[in-house]
Design a protein around this ligand. Sequence first.
Ligand code: ADP
Ligand code: MG
Length: 454
Amino acid sequence: MQDSVWQAVLGEIELSVSRANFATWFMNTRLLRYKDDVLVIGVPNVFIKQQLEKKYNPLILELLEKNGVKPKQVEYKIHSSITMPKKSDEQTETLLESPNRNDSKQRPSSSLTHTYRQGLNDKYTFDNFVVGSGNELAYAACQAIAQHPGQKYNPLFVYGGVGIGKTHLIQAVGNAILAKNPNAHIVYVSTEQFVQEFLDAIRYKKNTDFAGYYRGADVLIVDDMQFIAGKEKTQEEFFHTFNALHQANKQIIISSDKPPREIPTLEERLRSRFAWGMSIDMQNPDFETRCAIIQTKAHIHAIELPQDVVEYLANLVQTNIRELEGVLNQLLAFCEMRNLEPDLNIAKSLIGASKSRPKHLSAKQIIEKTAKHFHVPLEDILGPKRDKDIVVPRQVAMYMLRNELHLSFPKIARELGRKDHTTAIHSVEKIQKESTFDPDIKLAITEIKERLYA
Ligand code: ADP
Ligand code: MG
C-alpha cells in the first residue's frame, strides 16, 4: 500500500474531525508498513498513540476500507523520525513498554518533555504555499516576520475561515526561521493543546514547568485562538506568557477563525494586547488560486493533471482548501491503486456524485445555523425585535435562504415570521452587496455554509 492511500484517509479524517483535533492527533502520522494484513501507522508520541487506539481506531478502519484497504489489524507505533528527537523518543518508548514501572500517575501527556520545535510540521513551507489574492497580505507579513522575527508586526494575528491556509502559513514562518537558525526556540501549539497542558500542569502539580517552557520561546505560534473562549484561567496564563515574550521582543503569532473582537468572552486585556500588532484577514481563494493550489499539490505527487480536471475540482470546492485537497487526494489515490491516468470522467464519477449539493437542507436548519453563528436566540430572529444585532442575523438568514434554497421572497418572509415580502427583497439585496466589501459579513456567510455542508 502506498502512503498516498494514507494521505487520502487523512484527507477524509480532516473533514470529519475538528481542525484542532486533526492538528493534534493526525497531522504528524504516516504509513510505516502494510504487511501480512497488519497496517502500521507511525505516530510522534505515546499520547497520540493512545488517543488513536482508544478513540479513533474505528474511524480509521472505516476510512481505510472506504479507500480499498482492509487490514486485520492496525497498529500505532511511535516513530522516531516523525518530530521528536531520538532521545526523548526512546524515553517514551520505554515508558510505553513498562507503563507501571515506577509511577503509573506519570502521565504520558507530559509532552512537556518538549523540545523547542515539536509541533512544527516540515511539510508546511513558504515554497509550497500558493500566493493569491485572498492570502497575499498574510503571506507578506509572515515573510517579513521570518526575516526579522520580533521586530515588525508583533503580535501578528491572522484570521479567516476553515481550511484557508492559516496553519500552513504560520507553520511556514516557524520552519523558515528554523532553517536559518536551527537553535531558535520555536514553539507551535494549538490552543486546545495549550489549554490541556495548562490544566494538566495545575491538576498534576508536576514540575513540568509549563510556564517556563512557553516563556522560553523565541517565537510562539498559537493556532486556533478561538478555543480560548470562556477559559478564564488559561487566558490569564496566556496573558502573562504574552507579556513576558513581548517585553523581550520575542515574536508572537496567533491564528483564529475570527477577529479578536468576535471571540466571545475574550478578556479585554488580551484583546487589547492583540491590537498592538497587526491583524490580517485571510480571504477565500479565487478560482485561479484554487487551480494553482491543485496543480502544486498534484506536482508533489509527481502527477500532471489535465487542465479540465483541475478546473472541475476548483469549481467543485470553492472555499475550503483542505476540502479541495481532500477531493484531490481521493482522486489521486483511486487512480494510483488502479493504475489509471486521472481524467475528467473519473473525477466526475468519483467525486461529483458524493459532492453534488445541496444535501437535504431545510429552511429551519439554515435559520438555526445562522442564529447560532451570531449567538442570538432563534426566537429573537423569528420575533419582532428590531435591534441591530438581531436585524443583521435575520437579514443574513434571508440571504442564505435565497442563495442556498432559492426560495421565493414571500416564502422567505414567511419562514422568518415577516408579513411583508419587500423586507425580504431589501434584506437579500443588502447582504448581497455587503458581502462584497464587508469582511464580517463575508466571513459569516462562509462559516454558516461550512456548518451547513460539513
Ligand atoms: P486552516 O488552518 O486555515 O484551517 P490549513 O492551513 O490547515 O487551514 O490549510 C488546509 C490545507 O490546505 C493544508 O493542507 C494546506 O497545506 C493547504 N493550503 C491552504 N492554503 C494553501 C495555499 N495557499 N497553498 C498551498 N496549500 C494551501
Ligand atoms: Mg488550522
